[in-house]
Ligand binder design. Structure first.
Ligand code: SF4
Ligand code: SF4
Length: 192
């Protein structure tokens, strides 16, 4: 093996996923369980009149200031059911249905969609860890259907700032190096 190949191999072996991206990957595996539990809780609270729909709309939208369209994929009972329906349509259809559905949604989705661009936490890429494998864009319905958006390509808009991003965090989950995470830091990548 040449010296440069050996150096590259050593560099690859040394790459360790950071603590936050690693923790985030674990949290993401619980997304659907969290959505089912919180969604059921909200449905029961609504039907028992312990909480009003107006309050849920205000709280879900306010959450958008920090996390963007987070409510739709982590808390919403209707979003949970819609995802099951979209799952039944197969992977190819699911991607385009997601892109359309999360554009429409409900009042919480409308407000938090506008907040996606300005939310405190967005999916950001750390260029020092990115190996340009493209796995993030392949699993993201925004990057698949909007050629102007990407999670790693320089010069394109950040897919997580797109109105339709529902904070599913599949992109973070798919990244093999931990280059993507939810971060408050200004973009280190050239897109916005
Ligand atoms: S969280 Fe990531 S994968 Fe999911 S829609 Fe947003 S940018 Fe795409
Ligand atoms: S999946 Fe991670 S390493 Fe691969 S292109 Fe995306 S950000 Fe870069």
């Amino acid at each position: 093996m040449s010296r440069s190949n050996a150096a590259t191999t050593a560099k690859k072996k040394k790459r360790v996923i950071g603590a936050w991206p690693r923790a985030l990957k674990r949290i993401i595996t619980w997304r659907r369980a969290a959505q089912a539990g919180i969604g059921l809780g909200l449905t029961l609270a609504l039907s028992g009149e312990m909480i009003s729909l107006g309050w849920i709309i205000v709280a879900g939208s306010a959450l958008g200031i920090v996390l963007g369209k987070f409510f739709c994929r982590w808390m919403c009972p209707l979003g949970f059911i819609m995802e099951l329906v979209m799952d039944a349509g197969g992977e190819a259809n699911k991607s385009s249905m997601m892109y359309q559905y999360f554009k429409i949604g409900c009042p919480i989705a409308w407000i938090s969609g506008f907040l996606n661009k300005h939310s405190l936490l967005k999916v950001k890429m750390d260029p020092k860890d990115c190996v340009s494998c493209g796995k993030c864009d392949k699993v993201c319905y925004i990057a698949v259907h909007d050629e102007g958006s990407s999670l790693y390509r320089a010069g394109l808009a950040n897919a997580s700032a797109h109105y339709s991003c529902s904070r599913c965090l599949k992109c973070v989950s798919a990244c093999p190096t931990g280059a993507l995470s939810l971060s408050p830091h200004p973009d280190t990548k050239t897109n916005v």
